[in-house]
Write a protein that binds this ligand. Sequence first.
Ligand SMILES: [Zn+2]
Ligand SMILES: [Zn+2]
Length: 269
Amino acid sequence: MGMTLQFLSIASGSSGNCYYLGTDNYGILFDAGVSLNTLKKAMKEKSIRMEAIMAVFITHDHADHIKSVGGLGEVHGIPVYATQAVHAGIESNRYVTVKLPTSRRIIEKDRTVTIKDFNITAFNVPHDASDCVGYLIQYKHHHFVIATDIGRIDQTVGEYIRKANHLIIEANYDREMLLRGNYPLFLKERITSGKGHLCNTETAVFLATHFDSHLKNIWLCHLSKHNNLPSLAYEAVGKALEQSGIRVGEDVNLTVLPRSVPSEWYYLE
Ligand SMILES: [Zn+2]
Ligand SMILES: [Zn+2]
């Protein structure tokens, strides 16, 4: 019971990202891309105490990942872990009004940080922020990987993803919807470049080609509000897996995370 790994998505998408991983007694947040009020409301609804949060780990300094870092760090005294470059980006970001003089903690890529029973390793991700990382979180026999805001799955990202028993991976946009939609050309080019976001097909092809039987849960994250639909993301990845002989719901669970409301609790044995 006390050993069970508990996962909750508080928000996932271009308007805000925040994930919770924990045990019965304490937890860790990954990204703080919703307002402090929204976060507190979600935590109350899910019976998570602020005092139980041991740390916040940040992937990168885009607003949808750092909105409440100041409040968490300086008001609630929770250490905020990020690379030096991401911290510099937070420091100079005009949307972050509360800076992190006391709560700033610097991490390095491929170096493991231990928070109680959790071993957390950041890995490099190609994305157009000051710097961007994904996280491998090892807890007991679990390997949980968070891979969001990825221009392309390069060798490093691929190696870390393949370690996962539980994987949060981006399925940001449907290519047709993006190309036919009314985003300006520069934005379409930014998103599809190797430093923007992953589309449904890119995620689907990678997962179907590199599937390993130790992968038990896939959560698709960071869906675009304008250029994707949960059904399209689910179908793209589900079909690709099935076509490779992987039974969705039996060999692996596949879920699309909701954009602006918390997910259900996932208890990982
Ligand atoms: Zn983002
Ligand atoms: Zn981003």
